[in-house]
Write a protein that binds this ligand. Structure first.
Ligand code: ATP
Length: 319
């Protein structure tokens, strides 16, 4: 384990009856970073988090959190972690401030320190002090999750586990939670984030591990994963939908691999060489007198990457 790793898993295995939930999972998370754990349902994400948070004993492999072994030094690990699950235990009738004070007292902070800690967290997550005086039942979904997040930080954990933190939130609530997570990492906390939203991992994570059937099938920065999974793409929107097929034939990659969206008058195709392809396309469209509303080069999205990786894996298993 490098001293820079806040989380290390090497060859972790966990079996439930006949189901091998973790099948030699490897994970290394550097201190002060956000690491995304992505994978389809049943991949083993929740099992991984439960093992790391000392809620479940694994069968084999080395697992260390904040420098301590999760089996032999579970109490040391617990002292250094926070966990935000999918359902939090907030008291609806109490205000945000009272909830935080209650959590602080449950963590054995004295009355005065509890008040101070609640104040600090309210200030950090909500800015406005009066939010803290409102009863939790009046909070929006996004505010509630931020209060959950504040509660999980009472003990100032070195490592925080966020298990699907924005499930069920609307886009605005999701954005608010993202902001809070970003500010956390700025303060030095290491975050392991499991999510089913690829965009969320793309927005927040420094690195991502894609998990499938209890193993990591790919790992890297969001950019690396996108590069590995596929070529850049060129998107062209033509002004006159009647000329879409003509434009399609002019694309450098040819028509075979292109996606066509007739309603939006848009073509998207992979390219071999970013700069050359853009220049070629602009010239070819101009020469043919086809007006483009928009031409852009882009990386593949994480959605495209994810599909590519998990289908590649399915083929490997079938082979
Ligand atoms: P999801 O996104 O659906 O929560 P996940 O990636 O978190 O999925 P896990 O919950 O870790 O996946 O489950 C991994 C595998 O182990 C799944 O096949 C699941 O059905 C199985 N499993 C999980 N908990 C148990 C249990 N207590 N007993 C038996 N099998 C279990």
């Amino acid at each position: 384990m490098s001293v820079d790793d806040a989380i290390l898993m090497r060859g972790a295995r966990k079996r439930y009856g006949r189901k091998q939930a973790l099948d030699g999972l490897d994970l290394a998370v550097r201190r002060g970073t956000v690491h995304g754990l992505l994978g389809p349902n049943g991949a083993g994400k929740t099992t991984t988090v439960r093992v790391l948070a000392t809620l479940l004993r694994h069968d084999e492999g080395e697992v260390r959190v904040a420098g301590h072994d999760v089996r032999r030094e579970a109490a040391e690990v617990r002292r250094r972690i926070g966990l935000l699950g999918q359902h939090a235990a907030l008291d609806e009738e109490l205000s945000g401030r009272q909830n935080l004070e209650m959590f602080a007292r449950l963590h054995h902070l004295g009355a005065r320190r509890a008040v101070r800690r609640a104040d600090e967290l309210l200030e950090r997550f909500f800015g406005l002090a009066d939010t803290g005086r409102k009863a939790v039942r009046q909070y929006s979904g996004g505010m509630r999750r931020r209060l959950d997040l504040a509660a999980s930080l009472i003990t100032d954990p070195e490592v925080l586990f966020l298990d699907e933190p924005t499930t069920g939130l609307d886009p605005r609530g999701r954005g608010e939670v993202w902001e809070s997570v970003r500010s956390l990492v700025g303060a030095g906390t290491t975050v392991l984030l499991t999510t089913q939203y690829l965009e969320e991992a793309d927005q927040l994570a420094d690195r991502i591990s894609v998990v499938d059937q209890g193993r990591v099938v790919a790992d890297g920065t969001p950019d690396e994963l996108k590069t590995r999974a596929g070529r850049d793409r060129i998107d062209v929107v033509v002004r006159d939908g009647a000329r879409l097929d003509e434009a399609l034939r002019l694309l450098p990659s040819g028509t075979a691999e292109a996606d066509v969206d007739r309603d939006r008058r848009r073509i998207s195709a992979p390219v071999r060489d970013r700069t050359a392809s853009l220049a070629e396309t602009v010239r070819a469209l101009e020469a043919a007198g086809i007006e483009a509303e928009d031409i852009a080069l882009r990386r593949p999205t994480l959605d495209e990457v994810f599909l590519h990786l998990t289908s590649a894996r399915a083929e490997e298993v079938a082979a």
